[in-house]
Design a protein around this ligand. Structure first.
Ligand SMILES: C[S@@+](CC[C@H](N)C(=O)[O-])C[C@H]1O[C@@H](n2cnc3c(N)ncnc32)[C@H](O)[C@@H]1O
Length: 377
């Protein structure tokens, strides 16, 4: 089930539940036209989705062009208001078509080159970008962009604008406390002398540093590490690896530096008392930096959750929080499968507060004080 088609766009189509035939027309050279049958499904918030009888990469690509469906509706219905700033009314038909083609080709490229999934939020952001400059210039820019490599600074900047990076240390403390208790339990029965944790979609790194402190604290509690003075030392027979990945290269730069400004809405806004010792003052005024001993256990890598294999295997814990909310269900399910595949038996999975488990997997919920994580059987 894919969503993103606003109700008005498909107002001219027959009512659910009869299947409808759609011809998805190519808007980019080299793509074939695709015929599909689909049924409409309604979501509570007034948006509808299309359930395709046949779902493959072609259909997914075309779905990214969902706005085209207004043509399939036969009425040339206006584009949804959410994508249309006021000045849209002043565009003539030819310009309007060009504008939608530019947005469509950007959506395709954002998916193809940057690997980002197109949801309503990204669609709306792209529309705003297209409307921010004269159409000729934007169309030329979009053409040029489609020839550039995903590592090109213009792509890096665009990905930055399209993604949400909000994060801070010790976010969702109840879930983290449950994770720490579960890790202590797991350490008690561990067969391998290694603890491996992955933060998938780690943004500027705060979740990774939190995980590192949490894992070290669990190891101290289990008698496998000792804190003395300004460092924590592991039992030399043990290893700890904490990996953070993100699709945005810019945030990874900040994550690796591990220096954060202080202030009301800073990385430190929810830091529990006593934890400041892990973040001594930085060289620049009003900053704190990650304590040196933590760095040896952590590594960051670029990774697209939708396309790339997990960076770890047989992990003890995987966190993927506040990332999947922007993905369509189908993609969310595929990513969840990938996250679970990175876990060792008994390994722990932590999702975001609003994420549901969408896959059939051998996962048992572990709940305590309203917090929820999952354990792989
Ligand atoms: C809101 S932040 C969440 C950070 C952290 N997990 C937390 O909960 O505080 C979401 C992050 O997911 C990243 N992201 C989005 N799509 C991604 C993808 N396909 N693969 C990897 N990371 C992605 C974004 O770049 C962003 O840094």
């Amino acid at each position: 089930m894919l969503d993103a088609v606003p109700e008005r766009v498909i107002a001219g189509l027959p009512n659910a539940p009869e299947p409808i035939s759609l011809l998805l027309e190519p808007v980019q050279a080299g793509l074939p036209a695709v015929s599909v049958t689909a049924t409409l499904a309604r979501r509570g918030d007034g948006w509808v989705g299309l359930q395709f009888s046949r779902l493959n990469r072609d259909v997914m690509d075309y779905f990214a062009l969902a706005l085209l469906l207004h043509e399939a509706g036969g009425g040339g219905a206006p584009l949804p208001a959410s994508l249309l700033p006021d000045q849209r009314h002043e565009l003539d038909t030819e310009q309007r078509d060009r504008r939608s083609r530019t947005i469509h080709s950007l959506m395709l490229d954002v998916q193809r080159v940057a690997g980002l999934e197109i949801g309503a939020a990204i669609q709306a952001k792209l529309a705003r970008i297209v409307d921010a400059a004269p159409l000729d210039e934007v169309a030329n820019w979009a053409d040029r962009l489609s020839t550039l490599d995903g590592d090109h600074p213009e792509w890096v900047a665009l990905v930055e604008m399209l993604t949400v990076h909000e994060t801070y240390l010790y976010r969702e403390p109840a879930q983290l406390a449950l994770l720490q208790r579960s890790l202590v339990e797991r350490l008690g029965t561990a067969r391998e002398r290694r603890l491996c944790l992955w933060s998938a979609g780690c943004s500027t790194g705060e979740e990774v540093w939190t995980l590192c402190i949490l894992a070290l604290s669990a190891m101290v509690e289990a008698g496998l590490a000792r804190e003395s003075g300004r460092e924590i030392r592991l039992d030399p027979r043990w290893q700890l690896e904490v990996v953070g990945t993100d699709i945005s290269r810019q945030v990874l730069g900040v994550a690796k530096a591990g220096v954060y400004p202080m202030g009301d809405l800073s990385a430190f806004r929810a830091l529990p008392p006593g934890m400041e010792r892990f973040f001594p003052e930085g060289e620049a005024r009003n900053t704190r930096r990650v304590r040196d001993d933590l760095r040896a256990f952590v590594r960051f890598a670029h990774g697209n959750l939708v396309r790339d294999p997990p960076p770890v295997a047989q992990a003890d814990a995987v966190l993927c929080r506040n990332v999947l909310i922007y993905f369509p269900d189908l993609v969310r399910a595929a990513v969840q499968r990938r996250l679970v595949s990175a876990l060792a038996p008994g390994g722990l999975l932590a999702l975001g507060g609003t994420d549901r488990v969408l896959i059939q997997a051998d996962l048992d919920p572990v709940e305590d004080h309203g917090a929820l994580i999952f354990r792989r059987r």
